[in-house]
Write a protein that binds this ligand. Structure first.
Ligand SMILES: Cc1cc2nc3c(=O)[nH]c(=O)nc-3n(C[C@H](O)[C@H](O)[C@H](O)COP(=O)(O)OP(=O)(O)OC[C@H]3O[C@@H](n4cnc5c(N)ncnc54)[C@H](O)[C@@H]3O)c2cc1C
Length: 307
């Protein structure tokens, strides 16, 4: 595979990488997608496959995993134009020369006329609770790939963002014992999501304080009120930690803007090098799928016009 040359190389097979490849194929631009994991889907597969997505234009409601399956089905029908290289992380991008040279973690190189970086959150590690013995209990989870195992269990969700709120909402579909705990009284995410949810008990401002269990079996979580310092004990079967991820994506040595790679309004980083999706950094960037569609459209139009 040394020095393969492709017209368009996309780094990352998350939803944005897949959508970019589909758009490129509609313009007859053959594409290779390089993905660090062994499968596609990015955050949708990894973090919230069971979540209902309701804000994709043209689709009323779809589970995250079904949306990825839909994109992959569409891609399968264009297999002459779109190919994948799974299980290979891109480690360096040499964009000073044309074609651009991409280096993989097995030291092989690929040459590409154009490159779209769609690495999203990158290959991340979930942020832990940071309390003693956290690593001793299987019942502490950092992603919610499936939630049937939580049926009738006592569940505590920790976090204050949209994903923690979504998780609490999802858990309440299979159990009526769900608590959502956040260290501030105000949530970063849209707490109105839970407005009509009479199952999730919201507890603020609390932080996890101490785990209680024996022989690897978790039985309770002590939480501390941030203001009064009082400690309370909550019986629990599973703790779902949603404190975000560390570290954020690799920027390949390119200039950063916030958590993304700095790019122009045309989502261009340099000649023939672009960023789309969560990794794109520009003024007013919104990290959702719908805004990425405009990025993809602009990028493919620019690539097409430069051919
Ligand atoms: C809990 C939660 C709920 C959400 N709900 C919604 C919602 O309802 N609606 C919505 O629009 N958005 C939602 N989002 C945001 C949405 O998931 C992101 O905007 C979207 O996943 C961004 O897609 P992406 O392809 O840019 O990045 P990602 O999904 O992060 O995919 C990036 C891919 O690139 C790969 N990669 C990274 N680095 C490398 C490398 N060096 N080499 C090769 N491969 C690499 C990764 O393995 C990954 O597969 C939600 C996010 C979370 C966390």
């Amino acid at each position: 595979m040394n020095k393969t040359r492709v017209p368009l190389l996309i780094i990352g097979a998350g939803p944005v990488g897949l959508l970019t490849a589909l758009k490129a194929s509609s313009e007859n631009i053959p594409t290779l997608i390089v993905e660090g994991r062994e499968y596609a889907g990015g955050q949708l597969t990894e973090l919230y496959p069971e979540k209902d997505i309701t804000d994709i234009p043209g689709i009323e409601l779809i589970k995250a995993k079904d949306y990825i399956a839909l994109l992959l089905k569409q891609i399968a029908s264009k297999k002459d134009a779109i190919s994948f290289l799974f299980g290979h992380k891109v480690t360096a991008i040499n964009y000073k020369n044309s074609p651009i040279e991409i280096k993989l973690d097995d030291e092989t190189n690929i040459l590409a006329d154009d490159v779209v970086i769609a690495t999203g959150l990158g290959v991340y590690r979930p942020r832990p609770m940071g309390i003693l013995d956290e690593d001793k209990y299987q019942a502490i989870r950092y992603s919610l790939k499936d939630y049937q195992f939580l049926t009738d269990k006592r569940v505590i969700v920790l976090g204050g963002g949209d994903s923690a709120i979504d998780w609490a909402d999802m858990c309440s579909k299979v159990t009526n014992k769900v608590a959502l705990i956040h260290r501030r009284n105000e949530f970063r995410g849209n707490i109105l999501t839970l407005k009509n949810n009479h199952i999730v008990k919201i507890l603020t401002p609390y932080v996890p304080y101490r785990l209680i269990g024996e022989g690897g079996k978790l039985t309770a979580l002590e939480i501390q009120n941030v203001e009064t310092k009082e400690i309370e004990q909550l019986p629990v079967d599973y703790i779902m930690v949603n404190y975000g991820n560390i570290p954020l994506s690799d920027n390949f040595g390119l200039p950063k803007l916030g958590i993304g790679i700095e790019c122009s309004n045309g989502f261009k980083i340099a000649n023939h090098l672009y960023a789309a999706g969560d990794i794109a950094g520009y003024e007013g960037k919104i990290r959702r799928l719908a805004p990425a569609l405009k990025e993809i459209e602009t990028i493919i139009k620019e690539i097409k016009s430069s051919l």
